[in-house]
Design a protein around this ligand. Structure first.
Ligand code: BYC
Ligand code: FE
Ligand code: FE
Length: 472
């Protein structure tokens, strides 16, 4: 197992020291990254944070914990170990050796996928930059910063590929990744969800639950890529990703739990007055974040997706576990569709063009697990309310449902009816202002804000009242 080399300016397990040109190119990108981090990264000044840093790519002991100044975090390049016998598992090149270089004919498509993936990583750091100012506890503050530094490392992962395999164009794209900004009117981030705001911690937990989970599924498909360096880098990113989703799952769990406690204490659903978040507001936030995350899967029927698969660039979730020919030229599946008169139905299409839809279904099934878990908290407290995922047709901007509006139950509404009732389904300005009003920072070790329950345990066996962050 290659141990990461930490003597280098850029920690890595890719023998960067042996490639002077590449090393120099990345070292000249590095100050731009640091500059971006200072301009667009976390705004709360800190001395140090109890962070996990990747040190090894194996199963055990891959990370080490310690207090570090965030600007000195060792963002590095780590690829999962190479399997010299790896074969392409799907598409037209199925059975051939995995590629160590980029085939010329696929260069621009592959570069595009890597740029889109890379663009989301710094976008999320930008979206979350002000959250440190209102953290509910030092434990949560530390988790936010952990997510932020790792998303920064995921940007490094994509920039490494662009620099190492895509020549001058790749280097230009790497520069551009630091120039687009979330929510910017003249140079926004590429995908819709990454230009939305994450102005409060309820949004942050929803984002890490629903949007980071799109990351899990997209990285899972890129991990199958015939282009081996992409596959290996995604495999390692997925390891870090599970903590991001843990933050989301447990974050929402703790919000729901606290709301239940306050409801039980005062025997009412009307808990805003007691500084807790009403369940219907939580549901509206869920509706929003889930629907914009569904948009990240692209159109249900996509020739891009079919081509990526056939070319071998992007596989399916758990490709090798799929029980078919892995070529899909003659397979059909049923996908959602709309009739001419706008009625929701389904139709049979080629499995190849439906790959976005198929992946989205895997994602939806995974999302249900969180909802089930949060509903167990409601059950535990004897509360009748249940959280649920809205219909796939609800609040969509991408894909077949984008021309219509529906209720969360999937009932079609006219645009007027939707606009006049949407305050029941989506966070209103008043809801957002209320949630923001609760976001008072709590920086004392062991203390927690009124609207969220403490975690069951701390990070890396430290207690909840550990000094996870030292403020400047
Ligand atoms: N917003 O055939 P279509 C993560 C574009 S998250 C704006 O429907 P396709 C993370 C599309 O580009 C994971 N534009 O879709 C999470 C195309 O444009 P062109 C990110 C959109 O191509 C939290 C056109 O519409 N990784 O890691 O099959 C924190 C028609 O495209 C959107 C990836 O997404 C949208 N939502 O699929 C931090 C993986 N959707 O080519 C990080 C790489 C579509 O006509 N990307 N368009 O100009 C992909 O695999 C695909 O590009 C997509 C779209 C799945 C995104
Ligand atoms: Fe990421
Ligand atoms: Fe993430």
């Amino acid at each position: 197992m290659a141990i990461a080399n930490y003597d280098e300016k850029i920690p890595n397990n890719v023998d960067l020291g042996d490639d002077r040109r590449l090393k120099r190119a990345l070292e000249s990108w590095q100050p731009n990254f640091i500059n971006w981090w200072k301009q667009m990264g976390p705004t709360l000044p800190t001395d140090d944070v109890y962070l996990r840093t990747a040190i090894n790519v194996g199963r055990d002991g891959w990370a080490q914990f310690g207090h570090v100044a965030m600007e000195e975090y060792r963002w590095g390049i780590f690829l999962a170990e190479r399997d010299a016998n790896r074969k392409v598992a799907f598409g037209a090149h199925k059975g051939e050796d995995a590629w160590q270089q980029v085939p010329g004919e696929y260069r621009s498509d592959l570069q595009r996928l890597i740029v889109i993936q890379g663009d989301t990583e710094p976008a999320s750091v930008e979206q979350q930059r002000n959250l440190g100012l209102s953290a509910p506890s030092l434990y949560d503050l530390r988790n936010l910063f952990q997510v932020n530094v790792e998303e920064g490392r995921h940007l490094w992962a994509m920039v490494y590929l662009l620099h190492a395999y895509f020549g001058r164009e790749g280097r230009e794209e790497a520069d551009e990744l630091l120039l687009r900004n979330s929510g910017s009117s003249d140079s926004p981030r590429i995908l819709g969800a990454f230009n939305e705001e994450t102005p409060d911690w309820l949004s942050f937990f929803m984002f890490t639950y629903f949007t980071d989970r799109d990351g899990k599924y997209q990285l899972g498909t890129l991990k199958e890529s015939a282009f081996d360096p992409l596959s290996r880098t995604c495999e390692f990113m997925l390891k870090e990703e599970s903590h991001h989703m843990f933050v989301g799952t447990t974050g929402i769990d703790r919000v729901v739990r606290r709301s239940c406690e306050v409801m039980a204490e005062h025997d009412t659903y009307d808990i805003a007055q007691y500084g807790a978040i009403p369940l219907d507001v939580i549901q509206k936030y869920l509706n929003f974040h889930y629907s914009v995350s569904l948009d990240l899967f692209g159109s249900e029927i996509s020739t891009n997706a079919a081509n990526y698969f056939t070319m071998g660039l992007k596989g399916r979730w758990a490709e090798e576990a799929q029980n078919d020919d892995h070529i899909l030229q003659s397979t059909t599946v049923s996908v959602d569709s709309l009739t001419e008169s706008g009625v929701i139905t389904s139709k049979e299409v080629s499995a190849l063009t439906a790959l976005n839809h198929t992946l989205r279904n895997e994602y939806i099934a995974d999302c249900r697990n969180g909802v089930t878990r949060w509903n167990r908290v409601l059950e535990e407290f004897g509360v009748d309310f249940r959280l649920r995922l809205p219909a796939t047709s609800f609040n969509r901007r991408v894909g077949i449902f984008s021309p219509i509006e529906t209720t969360p139950d999937g009932e079609i509404l006219s645009l007027d009816d939707f606009n006049s009732t949407k305050e029941r389904y989506l966070p209103t300005e008043a809801d957002k202002a209320f949630v923001r009003s609760l976001m008072k920072p709590v920086y004392e070790p062991g203390k927690i804000a009124s609207w969220i329950a403490p975690p069951i345990k701390g990070i890396n066996n430290q207690p909840f009242d550990y000094e996870y962050v030292h403020l400047a």
